[in-house]
Design a protein around this ligand. Structure first.
Ligand SMILES: [Zn+2]
Length: 201
């Protein structure tokens, strides 16, 4: 992860852009590393993607004992924080016997979506809630809050923001499907096959 953030992303990609006048936010690179390594971001993402399997066209396999050992060896303390949930994930993995883990009592709070990057607000202490353009919005981080409320306004530092820099469209996935039946959502997102089954069950 360190190599990916600092060598691949920072030194090979971001730094060369400074030559063209781009201001690289060095502190955000540090924070990216901090989020991945110290705040458990990658583990939160994995858990979130596993929770949402009824709405995907793929599904993460339950973990084996070897997987548990691997994670604990690579990320000491991992088991204490995530182990029990993944044990439950295995327990509830047979769709013939159980409903989706998203609806089971397994001590998991489904996260709100970030208005800017549309990834869920997975690191709770970083989440920002603000009323913007007359609407309550949630952001995964201070940087995403800044992006929507400062940088991606119609104008930034006296220059008009191009269309690609505007946050448009239906951004709140959870709000869009609020009060929908799960089966209707599956149909709407297009994961039902011609034979009426979904792609993963
Ligand atoms: Zn975000």
């Amino acid at each position: 992860w360190h190599r990916w953030i600092y060598d691949d992303y920072y030194r090979s990609y971001l730094m060369p852009l400074e030559r063209y006048g781009l201001e690289v936010p060095h502190d955000l690179v540090e924070e990216a590393w901090n989020r991945i390594w110290n705040k458990g971001y990658i583990h939160e993402v994995a858990q979130f993607l596993a929770v949402g399997w009824p709405l995907h066209y793929w599904r993460i396999d339950p973990m084996t004992d070897d997987d548990f050992e691997w994670f604990e060896r690579k990320y000491p303390g991992w088991y204490d924080k995530y182990g029990e949930w993944w044990v439950n994930y295995s327990r509830l993995s047979d769709p013939r016997g159980y409903g989706p883990i998203a609806f089971a009592e397994v001590d998991y709070q489904f996260p709100l979506r970030c208005w800017t990057c549309m990834v869920p607000c997975l690191i709770r202490e970083d989440m920002v809630v603000d009323r913007v353009d007359g609407q309550w919005r949630t952001y995964c981080s201070a940087a995403c809050h800044w992006t929507d409320t400062v940088a991606f306004r119609p104008e930034y530092r006296g220059r008009a923001t191009p269309s690609m820099g505007r946050l448009t469209g239906e951004r709140g996935w959870d709000a869009r499907y609020h009060h929908w039946d799960l089966a209707d959502i599956q149909e709407d997102v297009g994961i039902v096959r011609d034979d009426g089954k979904t792609l993963i069950a």
